[in-house]
Write a protein that binds this ligand. Structure first.
Ligand code: MEV
Length: 437
């Protein structure tokens, strides 16, 4: 069977589904029913979702939950979280409550600079490209006047342009490094539009530069694009208390604090641990990033590059005990927005902003960093005390029950039973078999 298709994007949604079912789905009527069952009955809401991407067939739901009791810089907040992973919201909520009773989270934005590059080839004399760049810099700036107009009026725009010579690592490779302030916008479109215009002006002007003409070597732009590596767009979140205040029914404060700090040191030293450690942080970060309609791939890429900035991959969080005070903090590069993109389109994203009391981008950076810190605190606390499986499997119980098609009454009985018994897939199967008998 020839399964290739042309003109697919021109087909209607129903035609696309029919084509898919005919060519790739074994059980077409059932598969079609699944796709259709996730359509929204409100046609305009469905159309809105259809238009987010190309070739939309249906909607893919993820749970939208909230974690309350986040005291951040003295303000109580509820965090909207979108994730498929059980335990994440519970862990965030527990950590929030724990720290609410110990002074809450402090967060500060360190810097908000974003950046992009115009990567180009140049095989002529270094001095010529340097002279050319200095000579046309003002023109490069003015060439983006119309793109920049609104952003500038609000206090943002292009900050600096500089020439970077990378020809020592790749023959003939140079780039123009451009830095931007994009205020409450993530700024991807703005930055990319500026870069493409600057690149065009750069190439046009090069044609008239005498030394290039004489040597018959002109710079040639390879590509212009923002960078998702944003170490100059940085936020820090911290919790801190006396070690004694960490004492709970489960553990003694100092012993816990020392073990906790040790766990962080391990994640700072050993990549195998650091990756999992940071993954746990991203459980919290991504959940809020997704709920607020931001680009979690951009955040992920930037954060992990930042975790490797010292030539090895290490922990994003830090902890210390000094003068009997335990301090635990995180530093994250975060390029996120509170205006533009999905933030003002998706009804649930708009609601997430309402839940968060309409933060600006700096406040959202702080909230997201706190979500990561809280998540990491909860994970390390479990890991160095009870282990994560006990709590995790309890939260996972509902997934197992759903997989086994348990009824409401069976679920209630199972929840009661597994309060005292260890959860495993086979234990839940056994329990259901017993009560079904
Ligand atoms: C699981 O999603 C996340 C953890 O593995 C994080 C960690 O190990 O720190 C629990």
């Amino acid at each position: 069977m020839n399964r290739a298709v042309s003109g697919f994007s021109k087909k209607s949604k129903t035609e696309k589904i029919e084509w898919l079912a005919a060519n790739f789905l074994q059980n077409s009527p059932d598969s079609i029913k699944i796709l259709e069952s996730y359509w929204n009955e409100d046609a305009s809401l469905q159309q809105l979702h259809d238009d987010f991407i190309e070739n939309t067939l249906s909607n893919y739901y993820l749970p939208f939950g909230i974690a309350p009791n986040f005291l951040i810089n003295g303000e109580m907040r509820v965090l909207p979280m979108v994730t498929e992973e059980s335990s994440v919201v519970a862990a965030a909520s527990n950590a929030a409550k724990f720290w609410m009773e110990r002074g809450g989270f402090k967060a500060e934005v360190v810097s908000t600079e974003k950046n992009g590059q115009i990567h180009f080839n140049f095989f002529g004399k270094e001095k010529d490209i340097e002279d050319f760049f200095e000579a046309i810099k003002p023109k490069l700036r003015t060439s983006i006047q119309s793109i920049e107009k609104n952003m500038k009026a609000r206090g943002g725009g292009l900050l600096e342009l500089s020439l970077v010579d990378k020809s020592n690592i790749l023959d003939g490779y140079f780039y123009i490094h451009a830095t931007f302030e994009t205020l409450d916008a993530m700024g991807a479109n703005f930055i990319n539009s500026c870069l493409e215009q600057i690149a065009q002006t750069f190439e046009e002007e090069a044609k008239n530069f005498e030394p290039f003409k004489q040597a018959a070597t002109y710079p040639e732009v390879v590509m212009s694009i923002l960078s998702n590596y944003v170490p100059e767009c940085l936020v820090r979140a911290t919790v801190s208390c006396k070690v004694d205040e960490l004492t709970t029914k489960q553990h003694e404060g100092r012993y816990f604090a020392e073990k906790f700090v040790r766990a962080i040191e391990i994640a700072k030293t050993e990549t195998r641990r650091a990756v999992t450690h940071n993954k746990g942080i991203m459980n919290g970060v991504d959940a809020v990033v997704l709920a607020t309609g931001n680009d979690f791939r951009a955040v992920e890429a930037g954060v992990h590059a930042y975790a490797s900035r010292n030539s090895y991959y290490g922990s994003l969080t830090h902890a210390k005990i000094e003068n009997d005070v335990f301090t635990f903090w995180i530093e994250l590069p975060l390029a996120i927005g509170t205006v533009g993109g999905l933030t003002s389109l998706h009804p649930l994203t708009k609601l997430a902003f309402e839940i968060l009391q309409k933060p600006n981008a700096k406040q959202l950076m702080q909230i997201i960093a706190v979500a990561g810190l809280a998540q990491n605190f909860a994970a390390i606390r479990s890991l160095v005390t009870t282990g994560i499986q006990k709590g995790h499997m309890k939260m996972h119980l509902m997934n197992i029950l759903n997989q086994l098609n348990a009824t409401k009454a069976e679920k209630e009985k199972a929840i009661e039973h597994f309060k005292e018994n260890a959860v495993s897939f086979s234990a839940v199967v056994g329990f259901l078999e017993k009560i079904r008998d």
